[in-house]
Design a protein around this ligand. Structure first.
Ligand SMILES: Cc1ncc(COP(=O)(O)O)c(C=O)c1O
Length: 366
């Protein structure tokens, strides 16, 4: 049995006619950038996250940069973020001109609030927690720290559409929250896409301006901005997919439960821990495993797709050498990077496939 890491085709096949209709609608309209299709998606996506405003962008990296930029983060500022994340989180801080300050993670892979507090300096302006793998970071503790020190919070929810903590959706803990609609994400475009949501109307206005060359009206540029606009085709595709997202999220959660029940008993493996009162949306299902590299090779030989998210914590990436971090600075992240393994995860994964993956892991250790 072949089990791909991700299968976008099954889902596309299930909504093929809806997508064809949306694409034809946009092509016929000849409005290809922003416009009513994008506005409709923005309204619906904000509503899904109990937020007031949504600004759709051309990808998640732009969304992060746009939020930091519009919040006035600039050269000389420090932004605290987890060391175990995709590089885009840190790149956005650099794009804003600020310095990324890395922090280790807690036992749920979220930014560790105690480490955050230790690294606050006079220059710290913002905390940028990442809801990694689809599980909300410890936002109650982080919000308390931010309020004590007068810091901004920007959430990176690129992997966490519809996730929540204490019943409060991601997108409501800080000034702004950023999403990616990269095709493999829980809500994926058929191309690039991203968004920022916020409850601050002034911030929303600033972000809308910066997204479109700083203009309020065509050829009147209030500030110098950028081109971070979403294409209408992606807006229409995302609007078509959004009504299915709750069902797809439930399927991911059921798949995670199924994996848990099958691999939990193996002493060589630990299954993902879920924070109390958190709704984990399982963008990724990440185990920790003894002899990880050999297990990875074994599963790949059996045509089971697996991944590493991420093999190298950011402080050990060559591009951040100038920040001066040394190996050993983030013991949890460094240890986890050697043990983590992402198993196949998508809504349409079948029980038979999950059983095959779990059985294969068991056989490897036998
Ligand atoms: C945690 C995280 N932040 C930011 C991004 C950037 O999103 P994009 O690839 O849409 O630019 C991603 C997506 O890969 C991500 O996983």
């Amino acid at each position: 049995m072949r089990v791909p890491f991700l299968d976008l085709k099954i889902q596309y096949d299930s909504i093929r006619s809806e997508i064809a209709e949306a694409v034809t609608r946009v092509l016929d309209s000849t409005q290809y950038i922003l416009g009513p299709e994008v506005t409709r998606f923005e309204d619906d996506f904000a509503r899904e996250h109990d937020a007031a405003h949504c600004i759709a962008t051309n990808n998640g990296t732009s969304a992060l940069h746009l939020a930091l930029w519009a919040l006035g983060i600039k050269k000389g500022d420090e932004v605290i973020l987890p060391v175990n994340t995709f590089i885009a989180t840190a790149e956005a801080v650099l794009l804003a001109g600020a310095t990324p300050i890395f922090v280790d993670h807690d036992e749920y892979y979220g930014i560790d609030p105690e480490d955050v507090e230790r690294r606050i300096t006079r220059r710290t302006r913002a905390i940028l927690p990442v809801h990694l793998y689809g599980q909300p970071a410890q936002m109650d503790a982080i919000a308390a720290i931010a309020s004590r020190h007068g810091l901004l919070i920007v959430e990176d929810a690129a992997q966490a559409h519809l996730a929540s903590l204490h019943g409060k959706s991601v997108g409501n803990w800080g000034a702004a929250t950023c999403f990616s609609f990269y095709p493999g994400k829980n809500l994926g475009a058929y191309g690039e896409g991203g968004a920022v949501i916020t409850n601050d109307v002034d911030l929303a206005t600033r972000m809308r301006r910066l997204r479109d060359h700083g203009s309020e009206h065509k050829y009147t540029h209030v500030v110098a901005g950028h081109n971070y606009r979403l294409e209408a085709l992606q807006g229409a595709i995302l609007s078509t997919k959004l009504p299915h997202l709750r069902k797809w999220t439930d399927q991911r959660r059921a798949n995670a439960e199924c994996y848990n029940s099958l691999v939990k008993a193996l002493p060589q493996v630990s299954v993902p821990r879920v924070r109390e009162h958190a709704k984990h949306v399982y963008h990724l299902y990440v185990i920790q495993a003894n002899d990880r590299d050999a297990l990875k090779r074994y599963l790949e030989e059996k045509e089971i797709g697996v991944g590493l998210h991420y093999p190298t914590p950011l402080h050990m990436q060559p591009c951040f050498a100038s920040l001066g971090y040394k190996e050993g600075a983030f013991p949890r992240a460094e240890k986890a990077a050697k043990r983590i393994l992402s198993l196949p995860m998508y809504p349409e994964l079948s029980e038979e496939q999950i059983e095959f993956v779990s059985k294969s892991i068991e056989t490897f250790y036998q």
